[in-house]
Design a protein around this ligand. Structure first.
Ligand code: GUN
Ligand code: ZN
Length: 437
């Protein structure tokens, strides 16, 4: 039986340009009372509503809010869901005290299945339809994640963490073992439907030179792979990297020297990247995931987003929740933290910049902007419907809003999962939230 097309009617909010390079308001696209049609997972019509445009085999569904592209999370750890909000440590001791014990449990496939399922349910409930996801060192954790992502039909990027030193026995692989396991996972999952594999050395301190080199070999041996890792997040971490790799020019060079930096490399945090490193990120066209919630929670520092994006050689920055160091899977909450971090640096994160970053900007950082991140004909039909009056506070606040930008700003300051009324993946509704009243 052919699947009938999706026909959604409502206001569409999307973007036509980069609001860090052009006046933000000029990048905002607002199609009032639009008809959005998707067939076979792709948007085939986005225009002001006209009954004659409704396909004969479709039933029009009225969207209970603003229709936007699904959010994208450029940096998140699904196995850390259960240790989100753990007290009292900064990065390195937080990893030892909370994260490594939690990740050890993913040797058990049943546990991995349970958490992967919970994570993806919570992710789509937050309106996020694509994410760059760290699994654990166990191949089972990757199989579990991709199995559940495939069932959703989602475009997901994920990989097995590589760690062959400075980690507990139960979480260490070897350079050769990590290479072999990654290779088997790549052949099983990379390019299967909408799934993509990311070679995932956790960060420089937990990999030997041999392991980083073998990660580079994997990237050379397969087309279209991603690479994700952490960089320059915390000052103690940076000192440690300098002592472990004394011959490298800086942190980025540790990865660059191993052949790990290219257009589909996604670097988490980057708070302390220097001018020269940012220039090389620009040249390489890699993505840097700004993780404001995590950076505040772990006391890591304040990433200068505007300094990275507004320079002669701009860096492709995105936005990541970094759960479980970040405290919410909601892009709205992450943006609220991003606004506060910018304020602390004397900068203003405009609502259009914020929403662009969480959708089209992230798509651009991941070199996926031809498929996801905007609502337009030919794009994948990954959507979320946001209700600007979802909570009593938001209803009060947006009831008196000046314009759409003000509504978006209220959503990113006061909103969370409760605002996400519906989520669509490849044109199929995968989440629906009916407020109680
Ligand atoms: N650096 C290395 N591993 C991690 C991690 O799991 N989370 C964060 N925030 N930083 C890291
Ligand atoms: Zn992280």
């Amino acid at each position: 039986m052919p699947i009938p097309p999706l026909a959604l009617r409502g206001d569409v909010v999307t973007f036509s340009g980069n609001p860090f390079e052009q006046p933000p308001e000029s990048c905002l696209v607002h199609v009032r009372d639009a008809l959005v049609v998707a067939r076979d997972g792709v948007l085939t019509h986005v225009a002001p509503y006209d009954a004659r445009d409704v396909p004969a085999d479709a039933t029009v569904h009225i969207a209970p809010g603003l229709i936007g592209a699904g959010f994208i999370d450029a940096h998140v750890h699904y196995p850390q869901l259960g240790v989100t909000g753990s007290y009292g440590e900064q990065l390195l001791t937080w990893l030892e005290r909370y994260v490594f014990p939690a990740e050890a449990a993913f040797a058990d496939r049943a546990h991995a299945d349970h958490v992967a399922d919970a994570f993806l349910s919570q992710l789509i409930a937050a309106g996020t339809t694509t994410a760059c996801v760290y699994c654990t060192v166990h191949p089972e954790s990757v199989d579990a994640f991709f199995t559940h992502a495939e069932a959703l039909g989602a475009l997901m990027i994920a990989g097995k963490v590589l760690m062959d030193r400075n980690a507990p026995d139960a979480l260490r692989d070897t350079a050769q073992g990590g290479y072999d396991e990654s290779k088997a996972l790549i052949s099983r999952w990379h390019g299967r439907g909408r799934l993509r594999y990311a070679v995932t050395p956790r960060f420089a301190p937990t990999s030997t030179q041999a392991q980083l080199d073998m990660a580079g070999a994997l990237l050379r041996e397969h087309d279209g792979l991603y690479m994700q890792t952490h960089i320059a997040e915390n000052t103690a971490e940076i000192d440690w990297v300098r002592s472990l790799f004394p011959d490298r020019r800086d942190y980025l060079d540790v990865y660059g020297h191993a052949g790990l930096i290219g257009p589909r490399s996604v670097l988490g945090h980057g708070i302390y990247l220097g001018t020269d490193e940012l220039d090389r990120c620009h040249e390489a066209q890699c993505g840097v995931a700004h993780c404001p919630s995590s950076n505040l929670f772990l006391g890591s520092g304040t990433f200068d987003l505007f300094g990275a994006m507004r320079r002669p050689r701009p860096v492709r920055c995105g936005l990541g929740s970094d759960v479980g160091a970040g405290t919410s899977l909601s892009a709205l909450r992450t943006l609220g933290d991003g606004y506060k971090v910018a304020q602390a640096l004397g900068q203003r994160l405009h609502a259009v910049q914020g929403f662009w970053l969480a959708t089209a900007g992230n798509a651009r950082a991941l070199h996926l902007d031809h498929r996801i991140g905007t609502v337009a004909v030919g794009m994948d039909a990954d959507l979320c419907v946001l209700d600007p009056g979802a909570t009593p506070l938001l209803a009060l606040r947006t009831g008196g809003a000046r314009d759409l930008t003000d509504v978006l700003f209220a959503l990113m300051s006061l909103g969370d999962e409760r605002c996400v009324r519906e989520t669509y993946i490849a044109g199929r509704r995968v989440h629906e939230h009916r407020p109680a009243n």
